[in-house]
Write a protein that binds this ligand. Structure first.
Ligand code: NI
Length: 168
């Protein structure tokens, strides 16, 4: 099992916009496997390749209680979003120890390729909808704290930089 290193906010590499995957081949499936291993080990319910300094549009998600329902999204796109929104408390493996509410569309329809290159569409609500929007943000270089106020972002940045210094 090869675990990847998860970048921590405010690492500027988290703001890289990921490139689309051209061909879903063994190289991509190997990245998917490593992302899944890293997500389950953390443990987390979603991980975008961007968070592991791989700037390709690949996301893994598992919102099941038993953590054995891996979902793979390659080149994911939100094709439809509900007009009604909802506030959920979010956290992120790249922003350890920070949880805050973000308002997002309640339901989204996401189209993507699976690990075999087959196109599929999922209509997501609840936690899956939140998770997919959060992970797709990562692929666009956006971390969830950027949905919060400037003041909160400054505080979070300060807190994480301090934690990093204390580790050294
Ligand atoms: Ni995240």
């Amino acid at each position: 099992m090869a675990l990847l290193t998860i970048l921590k906010y405010p690492d500027p590499r988290l703001h890289t916009v990921a490139k689309p995957v051209a061909v879903v081949d063994d190289r991509v499936r190997s990245i998917v496997r490593q992302l899944a291993d890293t997500m389950y080990d953390a443990p987390g319910i979603g991980l975008a390749a961007t968070q592991c300094d791989i700037h390709e549009r690949i996301v893994v998600v598992d919102v099941s209680e038993t953590m054995n329902e891996l979902r793979v999204f390659i080149n994911p796109e939100i094709v439809q979003a509900s007009l009604d929104s909802k506030r959920w408390e979010e956290g992120c493996l790249s922003v350890p120890g920070v949880f805050d509410e973000v308002e997002r569309p309640d339901r989204v329809t996401v189209r993507a390729l699976d690990e075999f290159g087959q196109s599929f569409t999922v209509e997501a609500d609840g936690l899956l909808a939140v998770c997919l929007q959060h992970e797709l943000d990562h692929l666009n270089g956006r971390v969830f704290v950027q949905h919060l106020s400037r003041l909160k972002q400054t505080r979070i940045r300060g807190k994480l930089l301090k934690a990093e210094r204390e580790l050294v």
